[in-house]
Design a binder for this molecule. Structure first.
Ligand code: URA
Length: 234
């Protein structure tokens, strides 16, 4: 007689926020669904090809950008529909722009452009100063009216938080208020998040996943390795 396979239990939502409980009030994660965990499992695997890494990390980036846009303020907006009726809806309150932290953050620009057509995007390059070992600004280029915009700051990995905090400092030096910046990343370490949110409590952070921690080389564990290498190198 054929044996009947045991039923597979239905997928359970991932509960990874146990890594950081409670979350700082300014931190928002994507809904921790089994689908999202499946996407992360693909991009974390060292066996995943570059093509699949691109495809599946882009899917997560798209979700993150959509979530980031949910945090922008709106104002009432009334429109007339083709039926002649009026519809009392909302519209975004202000202008936005993206700012990517080079080089890995550039990988998130296309995801932002997919949902915000002709969005302005600035860039910022921060590297470790060899003498002081502190993050140092090497290059920045922003829309000239950045101080009047909401800024979606893009960097896939929040490890120690050093580069992101330097980027925020530079943005604030250009007149962008802290509470008009939304920092979007794919994976965050609890220690990086804690340091970042303590320094900038009014700045919202949208992260896809909070991992266990950092290793001695400041890589996120379990993480996915070097995001830039996986994205740009065969
Ligand atoms: N940057 C990466 O690409 N990966 C890490 O784990 C940390 C920082």
């Amino acid at each position: 007689m054929a044996t009947v396979p045991a039923p597979v239990p239905p997928p359970q939502p991932a509960t990874n926020q146990a890594q950081m409980n409670p979350l700082p009030p300014s931190v928002f994660t994507l809904p921790q669904t089994a689908q999202l965990e499946a996407l992360y499992t693909i991009i974390r695997s060292k066996e995943t090809s570059r093509g699949d890494f691109l495809f599946y990390s882009d899917r997560i980036i798209r979700l993150l950008v959509e979530e980031g846009l949910n945090h922008l303020p709106v104002v009432k907006k009334v429109v007339e529909t083709p039926t002649g009726a009026t519809y009392e809806g909302v519209g975004f309150k202000g202008k936005i722009c993206g700012v990517s932290i080079l080089r890995a953050g550039e990988a998130m620009e296309a995801g932002l452009r997919e949902v915000c057509r002709s969005v302005r995007i600035g860039k910022i390059l921060i590297q470790r100063d060899e003498e002081t070992a502190l993050p140092k600004l090497f290059y920045s280029k922003f829309p000239q009216d950045i101080a009047e915009r909401y800024v979606l700051l893009l960097d896939p990995m929040l490890a120690t938080g050093g580069s992101a905090m330097k980027a925020v400092e530079v943005l604030m030096d250009h007149g962008v208020p802290e509470d008009r910046i939304i920092f979007i990343n794919l994976i965050a370490s609890p220690e990086g998040l804690r340091t970042f949110c303590t320094k900038y409590p009014q700045l919202k952070v949208i992260t896809g996943w909070i991992d266990l921690g950092l290793n001695e080389k400041a890589y996120i564990i379990p993480g996915l390795g070097d995001f830039g290498e996986r994205r740009y190198c065969e």
